[in-house]
Design a protein around this ligand. Structure first.
Ligand SMILES: [Zn+2]
Length: 274
């Protein structure tokens, strides 16, 4: 799976958040305005791009940008370590989005994180595995993450929905410090606003065999990037540091888009963090 953001996406997001003109970014990068515009459009750096000064201007980590241009990708993850965790990726018009299904293999109790675009592939797994679908946790209420919510609730009337939104019925709202049990798995949650005002990161522990914790982060963090945060960029970064990067390095990171990664790999390689 490709990274969610190309280098061009990262530069454009950072330029928007820092209110930097294309001309200033081009000058810092040592490029003509046209060459810089082409870089943002294609994600391919023209030869001679000065990543250090460009990163400094845009509050990005220049050497990490350069590493991505040379092909940095997170190490592929062997999901069989987590009993059980499945990624269900569905496609909308111009993007794909990840939902995550977890269950206790003994009790068959299950929870879903986000819905993606379509209920079908999720419902199929629930039925094929004979799961008791108990909780549906929402990372944030952007449409791509909740598109199949109505359909899944219709098919599973007993499922309990939880989200960080203040716009949902009161019984669906997450209560600070509450935790949930899905068989032997435990789910806790922390607010991670920035990309979305109701952004939540869920942490799942209690895996059989002592597998590392899992964090389902929505668009707060991607492998090699972050979800666009515009004027909330300082808050978005602060919450990633305070809630996600404090987890052990081996913690599996499940983002709303793009490949899975780990806390350790993102701390060492993500260009949004210095
Ligand atoms: Zn999204």
């Amino acid at each position: 799976m490709n990274l969610e953001d190309s280098l061009g996406d990262i530069l454009r997001k950072a330029r928007t958040s820092t209110h930097t003109s294309p001309e200033a970014a081009a000058a810092a990068a040592g490029l003509s305005v046209d060459a810089y515009a082409e870089f943002e459009r294609t994600g391919t750096p023209p030869s001679g791009t000065q990543f250090g000064p460009l990163g400094d201007l845009l509050t990005l980590n220049g050497p990490r940008l350069e590493a991505q241009s040379r092909g940095w990708r997170p190490q592929p993850v062997d999901l069989s370590q987590w009993q059980r965790l499945e990624v269900i990726t569905t496609a909308g018009e111009d993007m794909t989005v990840n939902a995550f299904l977890i269950w206790d293999p003994v009790s068959r109790q299950a929870a879903l994180f986000d819905t993606g675009f379509t209920a079908g592939p999720i419902q199929e797994r629930i039925q094929a595995e004979g799961l008791r679908f108990e909780y549906l946790f929402i990372t944030h209420s952007h449409y791509d993450h909740v598109m199949a919510l109505g359909e899944l609730r219709r098919l599973n009337p007993a499922v309990r929905v939880r989200s960080g939104s203040t716009q949902v019925p009161v019984e669906q709202r997450l209560v600070p410090d509450s935790q949930f049990e899905v068989g032997s798995l435990k789910v806790t949650h922390r607010p991670t606003p920035g990309h979305a005002v109701d952004g939540v990161t869920y942490r799942i522990t209690g895996w059989a065999g002592g597998a590392p914790p899992v964090v389902v982060v929505g668009d707060a963090l991607f492998a090699g990037s972050i979800g666009g945060a515009r004027d909330q960029l300082p808050l978005a970064r602060d919450r990633v540091w305070g809630e996600i990067f404090v987890q052990p390095d081996a913690t599996l990171v499940c983002p709303g888009h793009g490949p899975l990664t780990t806390v350790g790999q993102e701390k060492a390689n993500n260009p949004w963090f210095l």
